[in-house]
Design a protein around this ligand. Structure first.
Ligand code: APR
Length: 242
């Protein structure tokens, strides 16, 4: 077990989570051989081109993921991050690449889903109607709901080739954090894979947590090898003089 990382009163912690934080909840990571995309190639379901080509297939895929997410529970890693927020408040910035709702279900309140959310949908035409909560299962073309403007409703997911959400806020937080912890992300998908470099430039301590070294491991000042659910609960010690 690594020695605890002290969070002092002057620290600001940026945490980025990836698919690995939900692995122990039973949601497969993208790059596992029997992963989430099984039976689906990424281009078939997670690109704007796929939506134009076959919206029914895209919704079938996200309907399957909605079902999977409903059937699992947060794990100790999610709970540890929710507790950390209770202890350090707004000096924790939690940003996830995951679209599942497990951080919220564990009790995290301030959370930024940079790749969107599985249980939200929006108008494909961006007519001005804001995205909204949606747990619908749409498995046929006829079942795909329509917006008041007449366009189809699509998942509120950032697909490959689209711009992640909240990027201005995210880079501002990276600029002012003193520590960056990345949990369970392979370091292959940008811009998230570049956050470590960005935070390092402003002098932050950078820590990776996961069972194997990510592709961008050399950029981190520390790599803690282990499962998120086992490592995170004891990893941070919040200084009493907060
Ligand atoms: N605890 C921590 N990390 C784990 C665990 C675990 N129990 N199990 C697996 N991992 C690690 C793997 O070692 C791997 O490095 O989680 C990582 C998962 O990597 P990816 O599947 O590539 O997930 P991620 O980096 O989040 O993918 C980024 O790619 O497909 C897109 O938009 C999608 O947000 C996603 C993005």
């Amino acid at each position: 077990m690594a020695s605890p990382i002290e969070i002092g009163s002057g620290d600001r912690l940026f945490v980025l989570t990836g698919a690995g934080v939900s692995a122990e909840s039973g949601l497969p990571t993208f790059r596992d051989s029997n992963g989430l995309w099984n039976g689906y190639r990424v281009e078939e379901v997670a690109t704007p081109e796929a939506w134009i080509e076959d919206a029914e297939k895209v919704w079938r895929f996200y309907s399957m993921r909605r079902r999977d997410a409903l059937n699992c529970e947060p794990n100790p890693a999610h709970y540890a991050l929710a507790e950390l927020e209770r202890n350090v408040g707004e000096r924790l910035f939690l940003c996830t690449q995951n679209v599942d709702p497990l951080h919220e279900r564990a009790g995290s309140k301030r959370l930024f889903h940079m790749h969107g959310e599985l249980f939200r949908s929006r108008c494909e035409a961006e007519c001005g109607r804001p995205e909204f909560v949606d747990d619908g299962i749409y498995e046929t073309a006829a079942a795909i709901p329509r917006c008041e403007c007449g366009a189809r409703i699509r998942p509120h997911i950032v697909w490959f080739g689209e711009i992640p959400l909240e990027m201005d806020r995210i880079y501002a937080e990276l600029d002012r954090c003193t520590m960056l912890a990345v949990v369970g992300s392979s370091g292959t998908v940008y811009p998230a894979a570049g956050f470590v470099e960005w935070a390092r430039r402003s002098g932050a301590r950078t820590i990776y947590i996961g069972p194997e070294r990510p592709l961008n491991a050399v950029m981190f000042s520390e790599v803690v090898l282990g499962k998120a659910g086992e490592v995170l609960p004891g990893l941070f010690r919040v200084s009493k003089t907060q």
